[in-house]
Ligand binder design. Sequence first.
Ligand SMILES: N[C@@H](CCC[C@H](N)C(=O)O)C(=O)O
Length: 278
Amino acid sequence: MQFFKMHALGNNYVFVDTARTTLPEDDFPSLARRVSDVRRGIGSDGLILVTPSDSADVGMRIWNADGSEAESCGNGLRCVARYAYERGLVDATHFSIETKAGVVAAQVHLDVEGRVQLVTIDMGVARFGTEAVPYRGPDRGEDVHVEAGGAQYTGTLVSMGNPHFVMLVDHVDDVDVEHVGGAIESHPDFPERVNVEFVSVLTPDEIDFRVYERGSGVTFACGTGACASVTALARKGLVGNRVTVHLLGGDLDIEIREDGHVWMTGEAHWVCEGTYYA
Ligand SMILES: N[C@@H](CCC[C@H](N)C(=O)O)C(=O)O
């Protein structure tokens, strides 16, 4: 199977263009687990298929490292956009990408040599609370409490197509992201599990961010998580409508426009291309 690997702020995926290679199987959860395995596979946070689409210029589907399928992936979208433009799947700098959560608009920004330097994606409108994120605990509304390991945690439920639990903390570096994030991600109150974000506000236009991703664990970055976090904080009046998010792997620029759409701008990088012996 021909694959390529890309990363966006260290959030790294194995990609397969289904129009250009033959997939060894259609058990994609199993394939995702195997390619993601750093010892026996390629090593990644998951598997992304680039597919033809009836409703957009390009399609994408994503499976996390544990084989669970997600609705969307912000960092993956920027990588798909770079791939699509540089490999001629599209011939304009503005185009559309279909995800399980809907169709998004993408724009690539080029350097003087015509290579993609930055990618902007319209990530759509955030939805909040127990109406938007599958949750079966006792609370209702936007902020809910979760008990894990004898402690109680409060977070905002946000859907960017996929589910997020955003927690405001004093200092992200003081949080045991692996331990606390892991306990909340698979908490019984979240029947579809949840992505867990820890954020602290530095100024109204700058925040620190850490994440425990559903199905992949601690990663260097999460695009949908950055969008969810900025919208949750903006709703509380803690940040403005344009925020630089400092993630473990680098920075993202998140802007909430007047119509509520959340625009994400950041890098996407090639790692390698090769043949996987399935
Ligand atoms: N890293 C991604 C999100 C990937 C999916 C997520 N783990 C989920 O299960 O919803 C991003 O950049 O958004």
